[in-house]
Design a protein around this ligand. Structure first.
Ligand code: ARG
Length: 253
């Protein structure tokens, strides 16, 4: 009896801790894929009024359509996105994640949907390159690849982390930090849209490949997504969306 109880509770514990990611077949059967993003990273994923939109949102819609699926969107803080895959709260994340070795230990990446990198922005024209960040206070969004990459190239005075990239930007415009490091396309758009804000585009600190992620080991889903993405890149639909947002094709080459 005692042994039975031990076995029963062990099994129950296993059930709690080994949540299985939904398989590609399960997703196809239901006709719907649950995709999570942040919704605060324009022009990639953001809200226009109450509508979620952006380059990544539109690309994901194209890809899902090729797979014969509808998307159920979830939006949540950047920090929670990749961990939610492990807990099987959603099937896929698309939120401008750079493919890093560290992240690849925890999730499985698809093929990249664009290439970009971190760029320096400042109100001070003398702060332009990674080396100019030495001894300075730099703002980045928490959990992003910008932190480690800035630390790799220079010795800054202090790194200030913010829950959203928008908060990191505000820290710069209100002179609480000397520089902000963010995605190069985010930076370009912010500068273009706020010509009077006194923001200066600096140089790129590093480059990265940006991809979607699925639960670690859910290779069939990652492969199906990558294949459908390649189809959108081949039939012109990806290019059309890319040109609409950036006036250029941002795929990795
Ligand atoms: N590309 C950077 C990274 O990999 C930033 C991503 C930020 N994404 C977002 N939705 N705020 O960490």
């Amino acid at each position: 009896m005692k042994l039975f109880k031990v076995i029963a509770s062990t099994l129950a514990l296993c059930a709690v801790f080994s949540v299985q990611a939904r398989s590609l077949d399960d997703i196809k059967k239901g006709g719907k894929i649950i995709v999570a993003t942040e919704g605060q990273f324009a022009p990639f994923n953001y809200f226009k009024g109450t509508t979620l939109t952006g380059f990544e949102v539109e690309v994901a819609e194209l890809v899902a359509k090729k797979m014969g699926l509808k998307i159920e969107w979830k939006t949540i803080g950047f920090d929670a996105l990749l961990t939610g895959l492990k807990q099987d709260r959603w099937d896929l994340v698309i939120a401008s994640h750079g493919v890093t070795e560290e992240r690849a230990k925890a999730v499985t990446f698809t093929e990249p949907h664009y290439c970009s990198g971190g760029m320096v922005i400042s109100m001070d024209p003398a702060i332009r390159s990674a080396k100019d960040l030495a001894g300075k206070i730099v703002a980045v969004q928490t959990g992003t690849s910008y932190l480690e990459n800035v630390q790799k190239v220079t010795t800054i005075k202090e790194m200030k982390n913010f829950p959203t990239d928008v908060d990191a930007r505000s820290a710069l415009t209100s002179h609480r930090v000397d520089a902000w490091v963010t995605d190069r396309f985010v930076a370009k758009e912010v500068v273009a849209k706020n010509p009077k804000a006194g923001l200066k585009l600096g140089e790129m600190v590093f480059i990265e490949r940006i991809a979607s992620a699925v639960a670690k080991g859910n290779q069939p889903l990652a492969d199906a997504w990558s294949k459908a993405l390649a189809e959108t890149m081949a039939d012109g639909s990806y290019t059309a969306v890319s040109k609409k947002y950036f006036n250029e094709d941002v795929r990795c080459n």
